[in-house]
Design a protein around this ligand. Structure first.
Ligand code: KG4
Ligand code: ZN
Length: 332
């Protein structure tokens, strides 16, 4: 098959991102315009603000991505876009831009699932082989997924309440760290002590629950405040992170054993977590499991990952029509 070059757009949350990817892994350009500064003062992403920023930035980011790749539309085979899940208003900006480009340049339109994108961030680093187990840990998702082939996802466990990134951000807020709190908690955890005696919420099967852990942090700090006891923010971070990593690693390695899978892929924003990367690297080495985690900039939202996943839809001609709509909730 000749080369396939895809222009991909991702606007599901607070990054306006456009990338051009060849054959599912060769990144010709990858532009990410982050809105974090605009949302910081609200302590989280404000959907309406996100949509407005996407509208302001999308055409500029598209142009930048095309210029950086030094391509003309003749050399681009398709336009891919995140269909969902995500903030509906934010998704629609990317989808409408993708439709306009597909229509104007007469290219097929490829709708991509955001989480498939996160998984395929790893494919950019090293081509995926199967079977593998994917641990998806982001601001909106916590899932264990078995993959036996390209774009074939079997979810064997997921969070019943908060996603792990969401819990990170909420805990960060209780110790007055700026949004998004995950990276700050990670940084502090490295210098703190796991001395808060937090629970390790382990459910049956492969599901997760993080809202109880978040509440345990809040209650513990509340009790300490009432008793006039002091605590260090770094110890809160270290205690919370130790619990999260214990739970994630226990479930992940149980699943690897039960399904007899020898490859683990970790993806999503929380895959940038240093503590998680260290623990998983160590456990995988001990248990002879091959580990794949994308480099930091491919962990958080970007469009290169969407372009990578889109390649496998392109070769199966899985295209959308001009009636493509955004879907805030959509099964993997
Ligand atoms: O994948 P992502 O960019 O967006 C979603 O699809 O949700 O993930 C964002 C999440 C945020 O909750 C952020 O706090 C978290 O990933 N995150 C981290 C780290 N870097 C980003 N959480 C823990 N440790 C980190 N180093
Ligand atoms: Zn994401």
């Amino acid at each position: 098959m000749s080369d396939v070059t895809i222009l991909a757009i991702e606007t599901s949350c607070d990054e306006t991102a456009v990338s051009i990817v060849r054959n599912g892994y060769e990144v010709l350009s990858n532009v990410v315009n982050s809105q974090i500064e605009s949302h910081k003062r609200f302590g989280g992403v404000v959907p309406e603000v996100a949509s407005r920023h996407h509208v302001e930035n999308i055409t500029i980011v598209i142009e930048e991505a095309i210029n950086e790749a030094n391509l003309t539309w003749k050399e681009i085979d398709a336009v891919a876009v995140t269909e969902g899940p995500g903030l509906i208003g934010a998704l629609l900006v990317g989808i409408n831009a993708a439709k306009a480009l597909a229509l104007a340049h007469n290219k097929p339109l490829i709708p991509v699932h955001h989480i498939a994108g996160h998984v395929y961030a790893n494919h950019i680093e090293e081509r995926l082989t199967f079977p593998l187990l994917a641990l998806v840990v982001s601001g909106g998702h916590t899932e264990l997924v078995v993959m036996k082939d390209h774009m074939d996802f079997e979810i064997i466990g997921q969070t019943r309440d908060d996603a792990v990134g969401e819990a990170y951000d909420k805990v960060a807020r209780t110790i007055n760290l700026p949004y998004p709190g995950g990276p700050h908690v990670d940084r502090l955890a490295a210098i703190g002590e796991d001395n808060l005696k937090l629970p390790r919420p382990i459910l049956e099967g492969y599901d997760f629950s993080f809202s109880g852990l978040k509440s345990a942090v809040i209650n513990t700090l509340h009790n300490k405040n009432q008793k006039g006891e002091s605590y260090k923010a770094e110890d809160v971070a270290a205690s919370f992170q130790a619990s999260v990593i214990d739970v994630l690693s226990e479930k992940t390695f149980d699943a690897l054993a039960e399904y007899n899978i020898k490859q683990l892929l970790i993806c999503g924003g929380v895959a940038a977590n240093k503590g998680l990367r260290e623990r998983m690297t160590q456990l995988c080495a001990e248990k002879n499991i091959k580990l794949m985690i994308p480099r930091f900039e491919l962990c958080t939202d970007n469009a290169a990952m969407i372009g990578a996943a889109a390649y496998y839809q392109y070769i199966k001609s899985e295209f959308a029509g001009m009636n493509l709509n955004g879907r805030s909730n959509i099964e993997l």
